[in-house]
Every structure is written in C-alpha cells, then in structure tokens.
Design a protein around this ligand. Structure first.
Ligand SMILES: Nc1ncnc2c1ncn2[C@@H]1O[C@H](COP(=O)(O)OP(=O)(O)OP(=O)(O)O)[C@@H](O)[C@H]1O
Length: 259
C-alpha cells in the first residue's frame, strides 16, 4: 500500500500534512504518536472511511477511491477501536458477518463459508464459546471474536485501531501474539495503531512515528526508536535499556513519581 502526498482537513484545520509512505507487504507496521496527532484520521483514510483532501492511497497501484467498498472489503479487513453489536448476537453469528462481502442475492452461505468460519473460530480461540452471546464474553474474548469477524473476510491486509485498549496486560499480550501469528503463519500484512511504545517496538517490523500530522520517523524499530526520536515524537525524556540485544523503553523516569 502506498500513501502519496496525502493531506486531510476538517473544515479549515489541516490534520494530515502531505504524508507519503510505503506499507510493506507481509509485514507488521505500527503507527505511534501523541494524542491528536492524526493516527485515527490516517487509519480512517487508509480504510476508506474518510476521503483525502489532497493526494491518495494506492493498493497495487490502484487509487482506493476507485475501488468499490465490496471489492475493498475482500482485500482489507478492519478491526475498529470501538465495536458494537446487538448483545444477543452469538460468537458464531458475529464471525459469519465477516463473509458478507462474498454473499449476494444468488449466493448464500455455502460449505466454503462454513469451513472458513470454523477455521476462524479455532484460530482465534473462541470455538468453545461459539454459541455464547457476545455480551457474555470477557474483554479479551470479545476482541478475539471481532478479530475473527475481520479474518472471516479472508483478506491479505488487516487494520487494527488500538486493538489492546481496555484489556489487561494478559489479554493485551494474547491479542498481540494472535496478531503476530496471523502475520507469521498466514503472511497477512498488518497495520495497527498502538499507544504502548514497547509493544510497538516488539510486535512490529516497521514503525511510523506521527506528530502534528506529519511522519517524523519511519523504519525498522531498533534503528528509529531512540531517546531523541521519542523526545521528538512525545516530548518526554525516557531511558532506553538493552536486555539480551533487545531494546526496552522505560516509561517512567527516575525523577518522576511520588517516591
Ligand atoms: N470529526 C472531527 N471534526 C473535527 N476535528 C476532528 C474530528 N475528528 C478528529 N478531529 C481532530 O483531528 C485531530 C486528529 O485526531 P485523531 O483522532 O486522528 O488523532 P489521534 O492521533 O488518533 O489521537 P488519539 O491518540 O487521541 O486517538 C485532533 O485535533 C482532533 O481533535
């Protein structure tokens, strides 16, 4: 996917300022940046929820504005930050909604759809709760079910907007490991927004650092995450430590805190 000279404004407020970027096929790319820098806006533009003011986004060299929503949803699946569904919808039913782009007046759910739904329920670990209403699931199970609905679309590209929000650390890691597995075992191209810099660092091949509507850094994690880039993006001084060759950002500094 290519982002070419992309600008976006709400009224007179310029939110994204001539952004260009290349999203690598088969890799995990994570967008980080401070609140209000334009991450969600970029996400909505890349997923056809918003239209660019200038420039464009290209999938296999086709401007996504020229791709119908139905066709787009066979190539790109989206997991939003806030997901709503009627409380009584079961896990299986929710995942089956993911097959919608393939259905038509003449084509109802068939064996292939059923096989995909079964595969998705197994891979996301929601099989044993398949007949439970979504409302009865824990936060982590719910999120896996919504990722399942996106997977049932059988796309090569998956977008996730802050997939770990509201989850405790156990479920956060579980979701990130599922995302890693989807990339590693099924070669899915993943684009996500994360707030946790350490998780971005350890679960992505490439990081895009946004600030005030501009890409400040993009690249291989270890190379671009440094004290100075973190300061540039988030305006904080954080220490970076190395353990067994891997970098970790200390999200509190010695002089902060009560004690
Ligand atoms: N519908 C809207 N109308 C006007 N301005 C908006 C609208 N949605 C977002 N904005 C503004 O656009 C800017 C970028 O918002 P965006 O949601 O893309 O930021 P973000 O980086 O995703 O932030 P966060 O980390 O807080 O989710 C913000 O200043 C926000 O107030």
């Amino acid at each position: 996917m290519e982002i070419r000279n992309l600008s976006f404004q709400y009224g007179k407020q310029l939110i994204l300022k001539s952004i260009s970027s290349h999203i690598q096929r088969g890799k995990i790319t994570t967008i980080i940046g401070p609140n209000g820098c334009g991450k969600s806006t970029l996400f909505h533009l890349m997923t056809k929820n918003l239209k660019p003011s200038k420039g464009g986004i290209y999938l296999e060299n086709r401007n996504i504005k020229d791709i119908s929503l139905k066709e787009f949803s066979k190539q790109v699946a989206i997991v939003h930050q806030y997901n709503t569904v009627p409380a009584d919808v079961t896990v299986r039913r929710l995942i089956a909604y993911g097959r919608t782009p393939y259905l038509s007046f003449y084509r109802k759910n068939n064996n292939e759809d059923e096989e995909i739904i079964e595969w998705v329920m197994k891979i996301t670990g929601v099989y044993k709760m398949k007949d439970q209403p979504i409302a009865t699931l824990s936060g982590g199970e719910r999120q896996r079910a919504f990722i399942g609905m996106a997977l049932a679309q059988k796309t090569n590209i998956l977008f996730l907007d802050e997939p770990t929000t509201y989850l405790d650390i156990h479920y956060q890691i579980e979701i990130l490991n599922l995302i890693k597995k989807l990339n590693r075992d099924f070669h899915m191209t993943i684009v996500m927004i994360l707030h946790d810099v350490n998780q971005a660092l350890h679960y992505s091949h490439e990081i895009i650092g946004l600030k005030e509507g501009r890409i400040i850094v993009q690249g291989n994690n270890d190379k671009i995450i440094s004290r100075s880039t973190l300061h540039e993006i988030f305006n904080v001084n954080l220490k970076i430590v190395k353990e067994k060759g891997k970098q970790y950002v200390l999200a509190v500094s010695e002089k902060d805190g009560l004690l």
